[in-house]
Structures are given as structure tokens and as C-alpha cells.
Design a protein around this ligand. Structure first.
Ligand SMILES: Nc1ncnc2c1ncn2[C@@H]1O[C@H](COP(=O)(O)OP(=O)(O)O)[C@@H](O)[C@H]1O
Ligand SMILES: [Mg+2]
Length: 234
């Protein structure tokens, strides 16, 4: 069970105007919500606030009722360019969050090993990142993110570097595995099809606010304005 609540968050980088004006989001258990917006609109900044890496100027971030504003370590976060370390094996890359938490190497490797099959990584434990396909590398990065915390994951354009076919396979896989592991995900993308495919709800960001929120169908049928219509390109 996990509930993430972002309540009336505002944020500005020092002495600049607000990047985030007033954002509230609720992410329920086992739900994928996609965050869509133009480049430079503040999506990554918002993720940094939710992950506790930046402190909001106003409002707060709550996980299962606990105030985690400005406190990293509670939520898994996969950065836009979350690369695997080239000189470490896949299992050690994946086990990194456990090593950092001080778990013994042997036990950490056994723990992560239990998820390799589910993440489509069987047999890759002792391999190095360059020996894996792009899709597999992303699954390994996702597993590493999941090992950090098993409740809520923030994914910042995780599949954007993959080719169309691999991306489409990853979508199918992600929906399946999400259901099995009951992870809640907030997912940034600039790919409308991806948002429509993965998101049970889609949040459109503009001017530091959630400009419109809805299912793919609601947004397509009743876009709030020209901005949304153009963004959806439909
Ligand atoms: N560390 C920073 N210091 C100052 N401004 C920043 C910093 N990081 C990002 N910005 C600015 O904040 C705005 C939002 O950026 P970002 O959150 O990366 O948007 P998005 O992820 O939607 O593309 C941009 O104008 C960007 O230049
Ligand atoms: Mg970004």
C-alpha cells in the first residue's frame, strides 16, 4: 500500500521566478500517472522536489501521510540519463542501492537475483552493461530503481532513447510487471502515445501548474485549450 500526495507545492531556483507555481498530485496504490509537458516546463524540477532533492518553497510531499518534503531516500527516482556503471556487472549495478544502504555484498546480490527473471534479465548477472541490448539495460536500470524503494517510483523519460519497437515491447512488459510488483509510478514523458498507453491518468503541465488532468479519452475529447490540443496533436 502506498499513497503519494503532493500538496500545493511551489518552487523557484534562487532569486528566479517560480518554476512550480502550485502543484497538487495524488498517486494511488499500483497506479501509473503520466506527466506531460513542453520542454523546460519544470517536470524534472518537480521530480527533484518530490524525491526530496529540492525543498519546496510552499506546500509539501507526503508518503502514506508522512511528510517527506526535502527528505531523500523514501521514493525511487530514475533520472533522465540514469546510466549503468560500465565497469560493474549487471548484478552489482542493480544491487547498488543495497550496497549504499550498507547491506553485505553477498546478501545484496542474492536479494536482487530474485528479481532477475521477472525483469527479463535472467542470465545477465555477471555480464557488463555493454553486453546487453538497450531494452535490457533499461530494465536493469529500472530494477536498480526498484531496489531503492518498493513503493513509489519516479521515472523521468525512461524509454526515450529506445527505438520504437523496443519501446513498445517495454511498455507491454512494464504494465505486466507493475501489476505483479504493485509499484506506483509517476512517469514523465514527452511522447503522447506512451502517455496514453501507460497512464491511467495524464497530467498536463503548463506554467508551473497542472493545466489539465484526465484519462486519454477525456483529454482528447475535451482539451482545455489550444495548448492542450496542440500538445496532444489530435
Ligand atoms: N539547477 C537549476 N538552476 C536554475 N534553473 C534551472 C535549474 N534546473 C533547471 N532550471 C530551469 O528550470 C526550468 C525547468 O527545467 P526542467 O525542470 O528541467 O524542465 P523539463 O524537465 O520540463 O524540461 C528551465 O527553464 C530550466 O532552465
Ligand atoms: Mg526534464
Amino acid at each position: 500500500m502506498s499513497e503519494l500526495k503532493v500538496a500545493n507545492v511551489a518552487f523557484a531556483y534562487e532569486k528566479q521566478k517560480n518554476i512550480i507555481e502550485d502543484i497538487s498530485i495524488e498517486l494511488h496504490d499500483n497506479e501509473i500517472v503520466c506527466l506531460l509537458g513542453t520542454s523546460g516546463g519544470g517536470k524534472t524540477t518537480l521530480f527533484n522536489v518530490i524525491a526530496g532533492l529540492l525543498v519546496p518553497d510552499q506546500g509539501g510531499v507526503f508518503l502514506n501521510g508522512e511528510d517527506i518534503s526535502g527528505k531523500p531516500g523514501h521514493i525511487s527516482y530514475m533520472l533522465q540519463k540514469d546510466l549503468l556503471l560500465p565497469y560493474k556487472t549487471i548484478e552489482d549495478n542493480v544491487a547498488l542501492p543495497l550496497f549504499i544502504k550498507g547491506e553485505r555484498k553477498k546478501e545484496a546480490r542474492i536479494k536482487v537475483g530474485a528479481f532477475f527473471e521477472q525483469f527479463g534479465l535472467e542470465g545477465t548477472q555477471k555480464k557488463y552493461p555493454h553486453q546487453l541490448s538497450g531494452g535490457m539495460r533499461q530494465r536493469a536500470a529500472l530494477l536498480r530503481t526498484y531496489m531503492f524503494s518498493k513503493d513509489v517510483a519516479l521515472l523521468d523519460e525512461p524509454f526515450s532513447a529506445l527505438d520504437t519497437l523496443t519501446k513498445s515491447e517495454m511498455h507491454k512488459w512494464y504494465l505486466d510487471v507493475m501489476d505483479e510488483i504493485r509499484l506506483s509510478t509517476l512517469f514523465i514523458t514527452h511522447d503522447i502515445d506512451e502517455a496514453f498507453k501507460l497512464g491511467s491518468r495524464i497530467l498536463i503541465m503548463k506554467e508551473g501548474c497542472i493545466w489539465q488532468e484526465g484519462t486519454a479519452r477525456e483529454l482528447t475529447e475535451a482539451p482545455r485549450d489550444v495548448f492542450v490540443r496542440k500538445l496532444l496533436n489530435r
